[in-house]
Design a protein around this ligand. Sequence first.
Ligand SMILES: Cc1cc2nc3c(=O)[nH]c(=O)nc-3n(C[C@H](O)[C@H](O)[C@H](O)COP(=O)(O)OP(=O)(O)OC[C@H]3O[C@@H](n4cnc5c(N)ncnc54)[C@H](O)[C@@H]3O)c2cc1C
Length: 418
Amino acid sequence: MSQHADIAVIGAGAAGLAAAIFAAETTPSLRIVLLDGAKTIGAKILVSGGGRCNVTNQKVAASDFHGNRKVIDRILRRFDEQATILWFNALGVPLQTESTGKVFPVSNKARTILNALLHRCEELAITRLAQHQVQSITHQGSEFSIQHAQGILQTRQVIMATGGRSLPKTGSDGSGWAHVKNLGHTVTPTYPALVPLVLDDSFFHAALSGISHDVMLTTRVKNKIIARRTGSLLWTHFGISGPVVMDASRFWILATAQGHHVQLHLNCFPHTTHKEVEDWLIQAASRPGRYTVQSLLGERLPNRVATQLAQFLNPEMAQAPVNLLQKDLRKSLVHTLTNLSLPIVGSRGWNFAEVTAGGVPLEEINPSSMASKKVPGLFLIGEMLDCDGRIGGFNFQWAWATGYLAGTSAALPLCPSS
Ligand SMILES: Cc1cc2nc3c(=O)[nH]c(=O)nc-3n(C[C@H](O)[C@H](O)[C@H](O)COP(=O)(O)OP(=O)(O)OC[C@H]3O[C@@H](n4cnc5c(N)ncnc54)[C@H](O)[C@@H]3O)c2cc1C
């Protein structure tokens, strides 16, 4: 069956929902059709932020993202974090900012965000079609023909919002890139980002499963530092997770994929210098009472972490009295505590990644409208573009901002009075 639309939005994730809403608000008379291949719309929004949906951050800057920062900056300026907060308030969703800067709905439920977006789509009479996987898109003259699982849709404008490949069970399987490639775009290599990392089985991580603490992670390629991040690390049965690991993962993954030998070093004393840690051990040796290495480290680290680190260096080290530590062993201990090389063997992959690194280069879109520079009437938004943010609400901010620009820009020229 063939249908007609003024604007077809392909992909009803965060970016697509935002684009459809802003398009309908810009020109209410338009027929806007939102197509999604998944059975359930918004599944990724529901699992985001641990089920609470971290919608934005109190301070968002281009430096929070990887990609062409000049272009990213231009886009973010047009719809910033304040605009997101005001928009959700207008949708009936009050937000709250946590001490980390992350912004969540006051309800602490991602469902509140999804319901508000779906409700607004209904108010604006946007046609929402689940189980409408798009199979091909052709562009002829001023029209697009979209072949989908249930038939064909003819439309004047297309907004591509098919996401990347993170969490493919939600419908984001990367198929959108094949369609935009067919239309003339390029796609840079894509990798899972914001993803937990897997450690060699012989390492001690499994014994620490469930423990989290603040650390600094340094990524080195050929002994050159390429990234340094401080934050909370979570030990797991397979390796490491937590915000600092998720943020560091893209550096390890991209450099490894490029054939480099990459090292990730763990510093369990992130706000302390190497020398300060050594001075602390020296001073502790002269304290009255009998301190073992384990009991001393336990003053500043979770007990199990202290034990494992000491035992890793030397099986008898944990119970060794601090005042009997020889200089060379003390130096080795400081090295283990502040510069431990983690035996990473891989990442948990797309099923556990929060975002995709790589995608359609930002140079191929017009940053004031998200319009394709290759195909008139085509717009590209959200995670399918070569831009990924760090953890903290930045990726949703990207989805809302690009959705806003594409929605308003696609709808404006179709306004009957323009
Ligand atoms: C577990 C998890 C937690 C996260 N938590 C946060 C968080 O708290 N804060 C934050 O900022 N970011 C978070 N993110 C990242 C954020 O969810 C994404 O960056 C954002 O949802 C991307 O939006 P999008 O609309 O571009 O793509 P997606 O949300 O991936 O949506 C793409 C849509 O397109 C559809 N689709 C794909 N191909 C086709 C096709 N061929 N035909 C039809 N439909 C198609 C898919 O079914 C999907 O619904 C999280 C991600 C994950 C996986």
